[in-house]
Design a protein around this ligand. Structure first.
Ligand code: ADP
Ligand code: MG
Length: 699
């Protein structure tokens, strides 16, 4: 078969997509439902998904190693004759079998075994053993190797053997067979145009796929494992192209929807600005201008407002709401936690109720009766703004005329939740906010489906926060500082260490810390917030802290986002070395919100790893969230600050946006070019990668 050019291969690819997964001749259709559900767990729901299920690593069954030449720690195949097999009972029951080849001998140990295995390993049997050679108590050994009895003339494998990601009850051999069958049955022709392949020096799809599933014996294993190999790079490109195409498509699709045009009339917004005790920063002004322009358009805004903690995103959101209200539309403001949502509610009240705006508060903790009234107001249009948590879309909330939805910390909401809100209005404009700074290049690719505004300037009059790194052993000094701050009428946070392995332990630590600090400071009011408290209790504790009724607030990392208590001037973070840099940065941003000199004390427990040292140095030396993010990215990769977002990046299986940054740029450019040219290639490519690409879509 000659490889057809992409122009006339589109029909073939499309047919491929249409007939999968359950056409009568499909490989998947022939499987039992149980097998299909196992495959589904691996993300395989069409024959072509089998093709795209790529190996994690390989084992070499193309060579036989002499026992004496194999290195410890190496995965090798040896062929040997059984000398002796016995069951031993010390230190525990196990089958121990001595084997030898011409070069030497070694032991095989099976800690769990069947009688049939014992029989199989009878004296004189020739076996092929595949496993990792180790130096055991008895000498060189393999524990639970793969064992095959060999008879005369059993050929060696011609290719390296792929090891695939799998799931319980689905063996490697079964998967290998299915994938090998898919390789012979599926149409592997290229979806990319020849000039693109040439421009980026890519290998063909078919060649790359064949290579990865069945590499030749001399394939460079380390290049394959680090995915730097040309065969991987081609698939990385394909996957990123599919992601970019689908994100840009999605963007274009939403852009083709009709939304109410809400141009500024400057009635409410100017009144709001005039009443503020401060003037907007240049960056806030610019961000609002961009939003204001989007709201004027006849298609829904889909904008992300990025700004460091404390950069003043809330007022920009309030201005956006005000502009929507100028046209008689309503606005919804959502935050992921009740603490945050309540803070937004208070701000909106403070700023907008003097202007005659009614703001409704909808959260789980609102008593039934009050909530019914709020719901009625939202439904009738009497309340122009509704602020709340996910209760805003879970409940029977009906908006009379929803024009704008603001979502704070958008990455903490699931896709379904955002969809639900989206379905409440005709097509409301959407403003998403995030305090997670992402370096610009990354965000351009990562947020390919959104327009992005950045507030890159903090409001004036903030005194810079002093950061101190203090060894845990000097805790008393730290306590003295807490005492001094509180004596001066200031307040302090004490953040308990993050304990990832155990939520229970984390809770216990918070309770212990609270008890200890209450005893240390008998004259201070010490409060506590942690993740296991009810939303209402948390909100009460926060409110008490905000009102100044508590001097010291012991907290787990739940106070991470958005809390605004200007009188708090000291933050102590225990085991700072365990936290991510962006998290530390966010936490630190809770202080330094007023005029008082503020400090953040990072307590650490030595000895620190080199990585921990490097990270604490970054947070110590920098206060700009974008700079910290940039360095963090260089140090650790994007997972930490992107991980939370249910997104394209999280869904990428082959590509890694940090490692493949250069390819990502190429894919983005290619996607734009293909879409601009309305090329059929975009359809073909997405059809092939669709099952995955669809998952990148976000609302
Ligand atoms: P974030 O971007 O982290 O959500 P906020 O919107 O909570 O930040 O703003 C932090 C604090 O700064 C709030 O108390 C807010 O009222 C105040 N603020 C916002 N903009 C300005 C400004 N231009 N000048 C002075 N203070 C401001
Ligand atoms: Mg905020």
């Amino acid at each position: 078969m000659t490889r057809s050019t992409p122009a006339n291969s589109s029909a073939g690819v499309r047919r491929e997509a249409e007939k999968s997964p359950l056409a009568p001749d499909s490989i998947l259709a022939a499987q039992s439902p149980a097998m299909r559900s196992k495959l589904a767990k691996l993300g395989i729901s069409s024959d072509f998904d089998l093709i795209l299920h790529l190996p994690l690593r390989y084992v070499d069954e193309t060579h036989i190693f002499p026992i004496a030449h194999a290195l410890y720690g190496q995965m090798v195949q040896v062929e040997a004759t059984v000398v002796k097999t016995e069951v031993r009972f010390r230190p525990r029951r196990q089958l121990v079998c001595l084997v030898e080849d011409r070069s030497g001998e070694m032991y095989v140990r099976l800690l769990n075994f069947y009688p049939s295995q014992q029989k199989m390993l009878s004296e004189g049997t020739r076996v092929r053993l595949l496993g990792e050679l180790r130096l055991g108590f008895l000498g060189p050994e393999m524990v639970h190797p793969q064992i095959r009895v060999v008879r005369e003339g059993v050929p060696l494998k011609e290719n390296l053997t792929p090891v695939y990601p799998t799931t319980a009850g689905l063996g490697q051999e079964q998967l290998r067979k299915l994938i090998a069958r898919a390789l012979t049955q599926c149409d592997l022709q290229d979806t990319l145009p020849a000039e693109l392949v040439r421009e980026y020096r890519l290998a063909s799809f078919a060649e790359s796929i064949q290579y990865l599933h069945q590499p030749p014996p001399d394939a460079p294993l380390s290049e394959l494992e680090s995915r730097q190999h040309w065969a991987w790079q081609r698939l990385v490109f394909d996957e990123l192209l599919a992601q970019q195409l689908s994100m840009r498509r999605h963007y274009a699709r939403r852009r083709s929807l009709v939304a109410p045009s809400l141009p500024p009339t400057n009635t409410l917004t100017s009144a709001l600005l005039a009443a503020l005790p401060f003037a907007l920063t240049g960056a806030q002004r610019r961000a609002f201008d961009e939003i204001s322009r989007d709201l004027s358009a006849r298609h829904p805004m889909q904008r992300l407002l990025q700004g460091d903690v404390g950069s003043g995103k809330t007022i920009v959101a309030a201005l956006a709401c005000a502009q929507a209200l100028e046209h008689g539309f309503q606005a919804a403001v959502m935050a992921p936690t009740e603490i945050l949502a309540e803070q937004h509610y208070r701000k909106m009240q403070e700023w907008l109720s003097p202007l005659g705006i009614t703001v409704a508060w909808i959260a789980a903790s609102v008593p039934k009766r009050a909530r019914e009234i709020m719901l009625e107001q939202v439904a009738s249009g009497a309340a122009q703004i509704a602020v709340g948590t996910h209760a805003l879309f879970q409940e029977q909330v009906n908006f009379a005329r929803l024009g704008l939805a603001v979502v704070d910390e958008q990455h903490r909401f699931g896709v379904e939740q955002r969809l639900a809100l989206h379905n409440k209005g005709v097509n409301p404009h959407q403003l998403m906010m995030s305090a997670t700074p992402i370096p610009r290049t990354l965000s351009m690719s990562y947020y390919a489906d959104l327009d992005v505004s950045v507030i890159d300037e903090l409001p004036p009059g903030r005194t810079p926060i002093m950061t101190r790194l203090i060894e845990e052993a000097r805790r008393e000094e730290v306590e003295a500082r807490v005492r001094a701050a509180c004596a001066g009428g200031r307040q302090a946070y004490w953040v308990c260490p993050l304990i990832e392995e155990s939520e229970k332990l984390q809770l216990q630590t918070a309770l212990d810390t609270h008890a200890r600090l209450s005893a240390t400071f008998p004259d201070l009011q010490v409060g506590l917030v942690h993740g296991r408290m009810k939303a209402k209790e948390k909100a009460e504790a926060m409110a008490a802290f905000k009102a100044g009724a508590l001097n010291l607030l012991v907290a787990t990392t739940v106070i991470e986002v958005g809390v605004d208590v200007p009188n708090a001037s000291l933050m102590v973070i225990e085991h700072a070395e365990r936290m991510g840099l962006s998290q530390l940065h966010q936490l630190r941003g809770r202080v330094g919100r007023g005029a008082a000199q503020s400090a953040c004390i990072l307590l650490y427990a030595p000895p620190l790893s080199e990585m921990a040292k490097a990270r604490l140095k970054i947070i110590y030396e920098h206060t700009d969230g974008f700079e910290i993010a940039r360095q963090d990215l260089a140090l650790r990769g994007p997972g930490e600050f992107l991980g939370a977002r249910q997104s394209g990046v999280a869904m990428l299986k082959i590509a890694d946006i940090e490692r493949d940054q250069a390819v990502l740029d190429q894919a983005r450019q290619s996607a734009e070019k293909l879409l601009r040219a309305k090329s059929a290639i975009a359809d073909m490519h997405l059809a092939r990668w669709l099952a995955r690409a669809e998952q990148y879509l976000k609302v």
